[in-house]
Design a protein around this ligand. Structure first.
Ligand SMILES: [Zn+2]
Ligand SMILES: [Zn+2]
Length: 419
């Protein structure tokens, strides 16, 4: 039967078996974040569009072609959030969560929206787990945030996760770098795509994350941003690297890792696994973002993990729990015992068991079939003549064995019980 409506392109249902794994991953994230003293925050899915245009950047793919943007009924320009950092910073400022001298640490779990071409691991509605640490400029925080991200993947069993590391400098050193990028790219204008030609004028750094094949060829030869870092940015990055080295945390320097958003400064990073060709998480510093959103001149750093890709990867690796949860008991009963059957199911549920029951007074045989279909481990069969003596039949649905037992054996008593 063809349904009358189907979901929109690029969005999808997350079905119970899969969702159970999602929740398990999220629980793991919550537990690890808690140990690092991050607190959960939830921001609205809709925000002023202007906020993202300004912070993510006008020349980014996100703002140019991927953001869901519309006028609401009050003629306000609204966007479905394409990323989680700007909203958290907005909430931090709007709710006066800044305490001088204290790092504000938040994490979020939620869906984001980008009007991208749907493909494996890339949906228009996608889910992210992210952290943001606001108010501290020390490289020690960079290291901690990177450790946190790696620890999360490690605890999920991704022991071969690879850290890619770069620094994108600050606006000061980026000015120099942009100048040299313009020089570098100017002989190649005919080879660059139309978007990149516009970027060459306005924001040449963005050329580095162009996905067009012929642009990628040119990009492979660009000068390294690391050669253009100012003293402050260079020392910061050296410190990050030296502590990672001392800790034995391996990383690959990727000098073209600029991330697809304009607000990043200094340290940027991504995590992938060999052979995947996609990042499963990444982030970086954004030392100008809080000020950009009208707040004090405070630094910040964070990362986001892409749930869809992560779940796909864990599934490919056999790291998801595929086992279906089935009822512990299925209650079968004579038609006259319906109230008692309901009470018994409630008592067993109160004790923490998963209980299913037949809902129609069918004969014993068809109820047993129902019990089979439910995949219950055991059936409790309530017959009038037995229950008069406080007894039921307990049937093991796997072995087929059955025995007559006292109700007490289930550690419940129907005597004097009311729903
Ligand atoms: Zn700098
Ligand atoms: Zn291009």
């Amino acid at each position: 039967m063809k349904p009358k409506y189907t979901s929109l392109r690029g969005v999808r249902d997350i079905l119970p078996d899969e969702l159970k794994n999602w929740r398990r991953i999220e629980d793991r994230a919550r537990e690890i974040f808690r140990r690092y003293n991050y607190r959960e925050i939830e921001t609205p899915i809709i925000e002023p569009a202007e906020m993202f245009i300004r912070t993510v950047g006008e020349e980014t793919d996100i703002v140019r072609k991927e953001m869901y943007i519309f006028k609401d009924r009050g003629e306000r320009l609204v966007a479905l959030r394409p990323e989680g950092t700007a909203p958290v910073v907005r909430a931090f400022l709007e709710n006066n969560l800044y305490v001088p001298g204290r790092v504000a640490k938040f994490y979020y779990i939620g869906d984001m929206f980008r009007y991208d071409r749907p493909q494996a691991g890339r949906q228009r509605e996608f889910h992210q787990i992210g952290v943001e640490a606001l108010g501290e400029s020390s490289y020690v925080l960079d290291v901690e945030v990177i450790m946190l991200l790696l620890e999360f993947f490690e605890e999920l069993g991704l022991v071969d996760a690879v850290l890619l590391l770069n620094s994108v400098g600050c606006p000061r050193c980026r000015l120099e770098y942009s100048k040299s990028l313009r020089e570098f790219f100017s002989p190649y204008v005919d080879e660059l795509c139309e978007d990149c030609n516009a970027r060459l004028e306005n924001n040449p750094l963005r050329i580095l994350d162009c996905k067009v094949e012929r642009c990628k060829k040119v990009i492979a030869k660009v000068p390294s941003i690391l050669d253009y870092l100012c003293d402050d940015c260079r020392i910061h990055f050296e410190n990050v690297r030296s502590v990672l080295d001392s800790l034995g945390i391996r990383y690959v320097l990727d000098t073209r890792l600029v991330r697809g958003l304009d607000y990043y400064t200094k340290t940027t990073f991504e995590v992938t696994v060999p052979g995947l060709g996609l990042s499963i998480g990444g982030g970086g510093r954004y030392d100008g973002l809080i000020k950009d959103l009208g707040g004090p001149d405070l630094p910040g750093i964070g990362f986001a993990i892409g749930m869809e890709r992560l779940v796909n990867l864990l599934r490919d690796r056999g790291l998801l729990v595929e086992e279906e949860e089935v009822p512990d008991y299925f209650i079968i009963y004579d038609a006259t015992l319906v109230t008692k059957a309901i009470i018994l199911s409630k008592l067993l549920r109160n004790r923490g068991f998963i209980v299913e029951m037949s809902y129609m007074a069918k004969n014993l045989k068809s109820q047993l079939k129902e019990a089979d279909r439910s995949k219950a481990k055991k059936s409790v069969i309530m017959r009038e003549e037995l229950l008069a003596n406080n007894r039921v039949i307990l049937k093991d649905m796997i072995t087929g064995e059955q025995e007559e037992i006292e109700l007490d054996k289930l550690e419940v008593s129907l005597i004097g019980e009311r729903v």
